[in-house]
Write a protein that binds this ligand. Sequence first.
Ligand SMILES: [Fe+2]
Ligand SMILES: [Fe+2]
Length: 190
Amino acid sequence: MLLWRQPLPDSWLPKVLSQLPAVLVDHAHLERKAATSALNLEKYRDLHGKVDALNAIAIEELQHFQLVLALLRQRGIPFTQAHPSPWISGLMRALRQGTRGQVIDHLICCALIEGRSCEKFQLLGRALAECDPELARFYNSLVESEGNHYATYLLLARDIDADDTDRRLEFYLDLDAELIRQPHDLPILH
Ligand SMILES: [Fe+2]
Ligand SMILES: [Fe+2]
């Protein structure tokens, strides 16, 4: 897994735990957006040969979306509006223009989102073990899949241009470190 340059702020976990129902709605949207991101990547010429791998991720994310929707229904939480994430917008704003640079940056952003999700789901799995074992099991069950998505996106980028990917990963890890420190009170995972 990635070596983040900045740990999650200590405030992240208590903030999420204090507004869990709203965060679950955000999580549903996150899985929905993860599915569409995988499909959106198929627009790049450099990834036309990888549609099967990207479809496989999209299908898994759609399954995750369905699982979160089932949890929402079970808990009587309505599926409502999404809040944009300042962290994700900050990463995406830094995409380079021009086909080759853009596809590599886009893959790195997707990898970082998957990587942070993986880290956060692990933390939630641990934190909820006593008070909400069902939700803890659910978060633990997603960790491996999001970790695999992280690795797949990074490998796809390195397949296109390994040196450029490594250089841009340096840039994006610094950007993540800067953005992750910016506080907000939105009921969102990222
Ligand atoms: Fe997912
Ligand atoms: Fe994922």
